[in-house]
Write a protein that binds this ligand. Structure first.
Ligand code: FMN
Length: 396
């Protein structure tokens, strides 16, 4: 008798687990039971390879296989996003729905805004698998996907279709990246601006290559990049004035942050907001895990304080003149509140959502709303930057 290979056995275990998960997902949706979901589905997902777990979560959002929430956002979370009213300031971060497949489902889960991408001009497959690892004890993910993307053409088609047929009334941002082998990276971002500006509510320049910004060369590169995207937007004429945001690495030194702050104050390099931050390469605060040595950026709990600190620093360096989207390790209303008190006007979540499932969204909103009330704020906007000094690194 032919014995199945180890790979074949692993595949069978994966398929059976996926089947069981799908069954209980269906059951919990049918019965609208969050408890069933938490007791069966989330632990089962734990046994899947991390990327399969993430894909399953995405599919569940795409096909709306989640228990429906009846939660209504409290009025104190209501704010505006570059002129568009939103009922809460909590978004899903880039990387979860890279290709814009699950926008409607994510909206139904209660996110106030949705960022899709990163999207590259040409489709690319990213790094070889495995390339995502869950560090359960750290509530963290290591990710070295290397941007797998369906490419501009496929994603813009999806977005256009969504706008045309469903009249989706949710803020959708598109996060732009360059192709890995591109010889003209600035052109890649400029093409992204031209392709998505008519369909997106905001665009993000995901330029995670600022480390070593002190080198004059890198500073010049950032200026070239931001001049390029501003030019691309200007070429679209007055009718298209989509906000462009810059997403930062949490591993910038203070000097590098100062350079970023100085560059974005230059007229030709204007950005309308900052996203702080992407995943970190820092591993000093991880618990011991056999996976901790895997290459890649770390997101989730170990990133939380680091990104909050960077938010406070950028808030100070820019005098609060551009809105900041705070992201990194948020898993509760208190975490979200800390980012806001440090200077963020909005927040995003990724890793905790994958660990905790859809109920997290309502929980964070309800908690955040309660924190605001407890601290005497009538609206989220009053709390922005209210305590940023507290989160600055000490200078002694
Ligand atoms: C698997 C994975 C894929 C990601 N892909 C992207 C991406 O394509 N573009 C991007 O700007 N950020 C990407 N991110 C970073 C997130 O948007 C976010 O900045 C980071 O995970 C910190 O938030 P969190 O701690 O809530 O996860 C990715 C993160 C993860 C875990």
């Amino acid at each position: 008798m032919v014995q199945p290979s180890a790979k074949g056995r692993l595949r069978s275990v994966g398929l059976v687990t996926a089947g069981v998960v799908a069954f209980y997902m269906g059951l919990s949706v049918y019965e609208n039971q969050e408890g069933l979901f938490r007791t069966f589905v989330l632990p089962a997902v734990r046994w899947l390879p991390a990327e399969a777990g993430n894909n399953l979560a995405l599919m569940a959002c795409k096909y709306r296989l989640y228990p429906v929430s009846g939660y209504r956002d409290n009025i104190n979370l209501k704010t505006s996003f570059f002129g568009r009213p939103i009922s809460n300031p909590i978004g899903i971060a880039a990387g979860f729905d890279k290709n814009g497949e699950a926008v409607q489902g994510l909206k139904d889960l209660g996110f106030g805004f949705i960022e899709i991408g990163s999207v590259t001009p040409q489709a690319q497959i990213g790094n070889p698998k495995p390339r995502i690892f869950r560090l359960h004890n750290d509530r963290a993910i290591i990710n070295r996907k290397g941007v797998d993307s369906d490419g501009h053409e496929a994603v813009v088609k999806r977005l256009r279709h969504l706008r045309a047929t469903k009249a989706i009334d949710v803020v959708v941002g598109v996060n732009l990246e360059r192709n890995r082998t591109s010889k003209t990276p600035v052109m890649d971002y400029m093409t992204g601006v031209k392709t998505f500006a008519p369909w997106a509510d905001y665009l993000v320049v995901n330029y995670d290559h600022l480390k070593g910004m002190r080198s004059v060369n890198n500073k010049t590169k950032l200026i070239e990049l931001l001049e390029g995207v501003n030019k691309a937007r200007a070429q679209l004429g007055d009718k298209v004035n989509v906000p462009i945001l810059l997403k930062l690495s949490p591993d910038l030194t203070l000097d590098e942050m100062r350079d970023v702050a100085a560059v974005i104050k230059m007229y030709a390099c204007r950005v309308d907001g900052l996203i702080v931050s992407n995943a970190t390469m820092y591993r000093g605060n991880l618990r011991v895990s056999r996976l901790a040595t895997e290459n890649g950026g770390i997101s989730g709990e170990p990133l939380r304080e680091r990104s909050t600190r960077l938010i406070a620093q950028m808030y100070e360096l820019t005098n609060g003149c551009v809105p900041i989207i705070g992201v990194g390790g948020i898993s509760s209303g208190r975490d979200a509140y800390e980012k806001i008190a440090a200077g963020a006007s909005y927040v995003q979540i990724y890793t905790a959502f994958v660990y905790e499932g859809p109920a997290l969204v309502d929980r964070v909103k309800a908690d955040l709303s309660a924190w605001l009330t407890k601290l005497g704020y009538t609206n989220i906007n009053d709390a922005v930057g209210s305590n940023y000094q507290r989160y600055l690194p000490s200078t002694d």
